[in-house]
Design a binder for this molecule. Structure first.
Ligand code: 13P
Length: 237
């Protein structure tokens, strides 16, 4: 199972270092969780950890160059980073990233052999419209993306569930994940208001191969508990 933390624009460099130290105990002890952490860009570092994979929340599809405010491959290479998050709804909706730019990023980092966590998910009005509209909307988010890329992980994150405390029902998650598995056989994570008190239930749902956690992952102990759930479920199965 993949247990991933998106720290977004939270924690300083020194706070991230302490966070990683605390988290490492859980990751080291886990026999079945692949633990991924996406720190804030200024907190990227060469962390001395074997059991946690560090990824970039974003990067520009370039080695280096004149792209003010962006991060290129050269800057990721310095820290040995080979994992990237692409298509997060905050980048699509707040930063205005187009499907075309996401596809360019996907292509570039695929060529470089990166593990890509690619996010898809519908806003509230689309969810409320109909299942068909939801599927049409989400299918468009795969345009220009190689859905069978060997290093792909897909994250289904309904926009209305992110940071709101709202989640789809477990039946809805199961239904949506079954649909998304038809588009791509890649490991499929659920994200959006996953907390300590619902993580185990979500992880138990069919076709949920892991979770992508935002706010609840900011506490290393809470996120560590979710790593433990992966092991507990593995023992039950
Ligand atoms: P929350 O867990 O805060 O809802 O955020 C989810 C998310 O956006 C992870 O990428």
């Amino acid at each position: 199972m993949i247990i991933a933390a998106n720290l977004k624009t939270n924690l300083t460099r020194s706070a991230t270092r302490s966070y990683m130290q605390e988290l490492e105990k859980f990751a080291d002890a886990s026999s079945s969780a692949d633990v991924l952490v996406f720190p804030a860009m200024t907190s990227l570092d060469s962390f001395q950890t074997k059991s946690i994979t560090i990824g970039a929340q974003n990067a520009y599809p370039t080695q280096n160059g004149a792209f003010t405010g962006e991060t290129g491959l050269e800057q990721l290479d310095e820290f040995g980073i080979k994992t990237i998050l692409i298509g997060h709804s905050e980048r699509r909706h707040i930063l205005g990233e187009s499907q075309e730019l996401l596809a360019q990023k996907f292509h570039y980092f695929k060529e470089k052999g990166f593990k890509i966590v690619f996010c898809v998910g519908e806003p509230k009005e689309i969810r409320e419209a109909s299942k068909q509209e939801m599927l049409t909307y989400i299918k468009k988010q795969y345009e220009g993306i190689d859905s069978e890329y060997e290093n792909l992980i897909v994250a289904y994150e309904p926009v209305w569930a992110i940071g709101t405390g709202l989640t789809p029902t477990l039946e809805d998650i199961e239904d949506m994940h079954a649909e998304l598995k038809k588009i791509s056989s890649a490991p499929l994570l659920y994200g959006g208001s996953v907390k300590v008190n619902n993580a185990k239930d979500v992880l138990s749902v069919k076709n949920v191969d892991g979770i992508l956690v935002g706010s609840a992952a900011l506490n290393a102990g809470d996120f560590g508990r979710m790593i433990e759930y992966a092991d507990e479920l593995n023992k039950i199965k």
